[in-house]
Design a protein around this ligand. Structure first.
Ligand code: UDP
Length: 480
């Protein structure tokens, strides 16, 4: 145990991508709020992103302990571009060699191993919660008798889904890539197609890396999950009894952010003034605004953005649309005059949106999402129905949770992992999905279910809730 024998000391080590850093910081805050000391390891540029938020948190809670340890990451020496300390750097552009660079970025993180070992030795934390993408962390922690926990960043459903796919390979038994099949063993008769599956070929470098990830997870002390029991009870049970040795669910993590400042400062600096944004939302009817965002990684081509723009315009609905562009970038993706024509009912945010702030506002009536796990859970916690528009990775699995299990969303009809022009969703489909989400009797049913789930999400982290209790169990176990 660290310096104070009463206080649990948890070391957190997030992968350097917003979808991993944001929930890790929320998790560190949650542990600190329950009396633990939290230390987050990250690189110089990422530490700046986290520090501002930590300062806000500490101002609100001066007695709580949370700090950053900065690690060296010499990008150029590692064969990466200068300043490439976050996946954001690589995914902002559609570079031809992007895939190679992303793999290099993943593999470069091995450079942290010696630094991690030194910190484990000197700081002697009670446990290390390290990202799934740091498979070498299990061995490093073992050296110093520190239990290593894995954080994937996503929930039980996609974890069980991936497990069943790996084990049974049902995609190999269908005649075509678009033939539907049921995932064997997975509760709920979930239907899928081969072209929606994300499974790296074991012969590729990425495939070998993912194998390492699996092996290190099997040797770890367990898994910490950003979820809550009531969201996915069958999958929580399946995961704990069949897939993993130990798992603790302590989410939804995003709801640890209560005030306007905390909600607005997650991840990068928002490209819109949060007060202006709230004022704009305040001027709209409850449940009347569609929020549309594809997370921090997905990057559509201009042709697709034009379809989204035209669809939002034709829908006649209020909207806030986040586009991963910077102010000053060329605007070939925006139909001429569209912003003028939708003035007053539409807001386009170029860059980064204060997502949770927008989702939690009563005017927000639906969320068009790429189904990244954080976004999905933030939508659930806000109690809003969704249009599901998965793009890649495990997002197609998450979509099935929303549309087939929770029944709080409708699909836009994305058929496969986005690779080329043929995958485009037309403006007509955008209009149809948005209207289906907001209007009509079935929409009301979905909204009711979503609201109920949102209440359960918030109750889960309150005293006596399922996630509150699981965190207690975790703290007790690793404090002793
Ligand atoms: N996010 C945000 N503003 C943006 C885009 C993303 O605050 O403009 C946050 C979002 O709230 C979520 C995270 O970034 O917490 C994205 O994670 P997710 O798992 O949804 O998707 P990913 O970016 O990993 O694909």
């Amino acid at each position: 145990m660290g310096s104070n024998p009463q206080r649990l000391h948890v070391m957190f080590f997030p992968f350097m991508a917003h979808g991993h850093m944001i929930p890790t910081l929320d998790m560190a805050k949650r542990f600190s709020s329950r009396g633990a000391k939290s230390t987050i390891l990250t690189t110089p540029l990422n530490s700046k992103i986290l520090q501002k938020h930590i300062d806000t948190f500490k101002n609100l809670n001066p007695s709580l302990e949370i700090e950053i340890q900065v690690l060296d990451f010499p990008c150029v020496q590692l064969g990466l571009p200068e300043g490439c300390e976050n996946a954001d750097f690589l995914t902002s552009n559609n570079n031809a060699d992007r895939e190679d660079m992303i793999l290099k970025f993943f593999l470069s993180t091995r450079y942290f191993k010696d630094q991690l070992e030194k910190l484990l030795e000197t700081m002697q934390p009670d446990c290390l919660i390290a990202d799934m993408f740091f498979p070498w962390a299990t061995q490093a922690a073992e050296k110093f008798n520190v239990p290593r926990l894995v954080f994937h960043g996503f929930g039980y459903f996609p974890l069980c889904f991936a497990y069943c796919i790996k084990l049974h390979k049902p995609q190999k038994r269908v005649a075509s890539s678009c033939e539907p099949f049921v995932i064997p063993d997975l509760p709920g008769n979930i239907v899928m197609t081969r072209e929606q599956i994300s499974d790296s070929d074991e012969g590729t470098e990425m495939g070998k890396f993912m194998l390492e990830v699996k092996e290190s997870e099997a040797k770890s002390s367990g898994v910490v999950v950003n979820s809550f029991y009531e969201l996915e009870p069958d999958y929580a049970d399946f995961y704990k009894s069949v897939v993993a040795k130990r798992a603790w669910h302590i989410g939804p993590l995003s709801v640890v952010n209560r005030g306007l400042g905390e909600k607005a400062e997650r991840g990068k600096k928002a490209s819109v003034d949060e007060v202006e944004c709230i004022k704009w939302l305040d001027s709209k009817e409850p449940n009347s605004v569609v929020y549309i965002s594809f997370g921090s990684v997905a990057n559509f081509k201009n042709e697709q953005l034009i379809e989204i723009a035209a669809g939002l315009e034709a829908s006649g609905k209020n909207f806030i649309w986040v586009v991963r562009k910077n102010k000053g970038d060329n605007e070939e993706w925006l139909p001429e005059g569209m912003e003028e024509r939708t003035k007053g009912r539409g807001m386009i945010i170029r860059g980064w949106a204060p997502q949770v702030l927008i989702l939690d506002h009563q005017a927000t009536g639906g969320f068009v999402t790429h189904c990244g796990w954080n976004s999905l859970l933030e939508g659930v916690a806000a109690g809003v129905p969704m249009v599901t528009w998965p793009v890649g990775a495990e997002q197609f699995y998450n979509e099935k949770l929303v549309t087939q299990v929770l029944r709080t969303g409708v699909t836009v009809g994305a058929k496969r992992q986005v690779k080329g022009l043929e995958d485009y969703i037309s403006r007509e489909k955008v209009v149809e999905a948005v209207r289906e989400m907001l209007d009509g009797e079935e929409a009301e049913d979905r909204r009711r279910r979503a609201k109920k789930l949102g209440e359960k999400a918030n109750a889960a982290v309150e005293e006596g809730g399922s996630s509150f209790d699981d965190l207690n169990i975790f703290i007790e176990e690793f404090s002793s």
